[in-house]
Design a protein around this ligand. Structure first.
Ligand code: FAD
Length: 393
């Protein structure tokens, strides 16, 4: 596929042949080159980048533009998630897989442990943590054993896209952006939101319909934290404590959280964000299986959980302060990483410690782009690529 094709175009074309992509994210508006360059993922599988079999990249050789084909080795692992630093990806090859159907149902759980213990039965599930009340819902999904579309599937998708992505978010936006009332927001989540979440409604539909939602309807900003699978429960407990303290200045964190923060010298930093920001969007937790890449967020031998923190409020200064605190504390306490294609507050000295193969990645970038023509301020700041004095072409 051409690098500039959107995932939506690709899925539509593949579906005409009863095929689909091996992995997709929540939306299909991204280009395939942009989605893979930043490690875009869905849930219950490795991200899309992992599946790239070969790539054609326009880069420079001795100052002249050339087209290079990459189909194996560390170069392939690098180009699968390259942040644009290896050159212009003009073509990507993926294995198409037979189109499959998915069964989907929202379930309320008593705890995150209980929700995650269901993964073996519903491996494509994602979990939602409802802010301020901290109830847990699982969107329990598995590959269906039938290819029959449920009669109410269209209504279920309308419920998600119109009811939740538009209605639920409009109410939330009204509270955080127009009324700016944290008290009403707390009431919304404690009393009204649980009634808007319909559980137990089970439907089956085509994978590219049920795995995707209209999440792009409203402008928002997101930071996505990644934690290794083995640390998710303690990381989620810690997250709730920090967001509770950010919501209410007088919230007393547990002894365990205090000890953790002291261990990493962040106890004072918590005081700077106390009472500043009420997190207002449901937090989606997705599992990403290990990816064979050099620097995508789920690269390495273990599975990861991605925890998404979204804001619809502006100005965003308080969100920046709280999520910067979380990005740093998650790294120091749980070996956490941050999604490349979302808001990214970390610098190269931290990234260096997060990605053991970063040096190999930088060497490959220099080989493909000796004059640093494809570098921008972002990759220099986060990957530690040095700006190069440019020769004329
Ligand atoms: C509403 C919304 C929902 C999202 N949902 C998810 C999700 O479910 N899962 C997830 O993981 N992420 C998700 N994302 C993040 C999104 O997938 C990434 O930000 C992705 O990079 C966007 O793709 P794009 O085509 O817009 O890329 P762009 O923003 O245009 O580019 C991103 C980067 O990719 C590189 N790039 C782009 N094109 C090329 C090329 N041809 N050659 C070389 N490098 C290139 C460049 O470095 C560029 O800076 C979401 C984002 C939004 C806005």
């Amino acid at each position: 596929m051409g690098g500039g094709c959107t995932i939506g175009q690709i899925l539509a074309e593949l579906n005409r042949h009863e095929l689909t992509l091996p992995s997709i994210g929540l939306i299909t508006e991204q280009t395939i080159a942009g989605a893979t360059a930043t490690g875009t993922h869905g849930t219950g599988k490795p991200g899309i980048s992992h599946f790239i079999q070969s790539a054609k990249v326009v880069c420079f050789e001795e100052g002249r533009p050339v087209l290079r084909e990459i189909s194996d080795g560390d170069e392939l692992r690098a180009v699968r998630c390259s942040l644009g630093a290896m050159g212009i990806v003009v073509e990507l090859t993926f294995p198409a897989i037979p189109q499959y159907f998915v069964t989907d149902r929202l379930v309320r759980f008593g705890s995150l442990q209980e929700a995650l213990s269901r993964e073996s039965q519903t491996p494509l599930q994602q979990v939602f943590l409802i802010p301020l009340g901290w109830q847990i819902y699982g969107q329990c999904r598995e590959v269906a054993d039938t290819n029959r579309i449920s009669k109410t599937s269209w209504l279920y998708r309308a419920y998600w896209n119109v009811g939740l992505c538009l209605g639920f978010v409009t109410l939330m936006k009204l509270l955080v952006s127009v009324l700016r009332s944290r008290r009403l927001l707390r009431c919304y989540y404690r009393w009204l939101a649980p009634w808007l979440i319909v559980t137990g409604w089970k439907v089956t539909d085509r994978s590219d319909r049920l795995l995707v939602i209209k999440h792009e309807s409203f402008r928002h900003l997101e930071l996505e934290l990644f934690v290794p699978q083995s640390r998710i429960i303690e990381a989620a407990d810690f997250l709730i404590e920090i967001l509770s303290a950010a919501d209410r200045a007088d919230y007393r964190v547990s002894g365990d959280t205090r000890r953790r923060l002291e261990e990493v010298n962040m106890a004072d930093a918590l005081n700077d964000i106390r009472g500043k920001f009420s997190h207002h969007c449901p937090i989606c937790i997705r599992k990403i299986l290990p990816e064979d890449t050099l620097i995508s967020m789920a690269s390495g031998d273990q599975a990861w959980y991605a925890i998404s923190l979204i804001t619809y409020a502006q100005p965003r200064d308080d969100f920046y302060a709280v999520t910067t605190f979380l990005a740093n504390s998650f790294f120091r306490l749980f070996g956490g990483r941050i999604h490349w294609g979302k808001w990214f507050p970390l610098e190269a000295d931290t990234v260096e410690q997060q990605y053991p193969e970063l040096d190999r990645f930088r060497k490959i970038c220099r080989e493909f782009d000796p004059a640093g023509r494809f570098q921008n301020e972002f990759v220099q700041r986060t990957l530690g690529l040095q700006p190069v004095v440019r020769e004329s072409v």
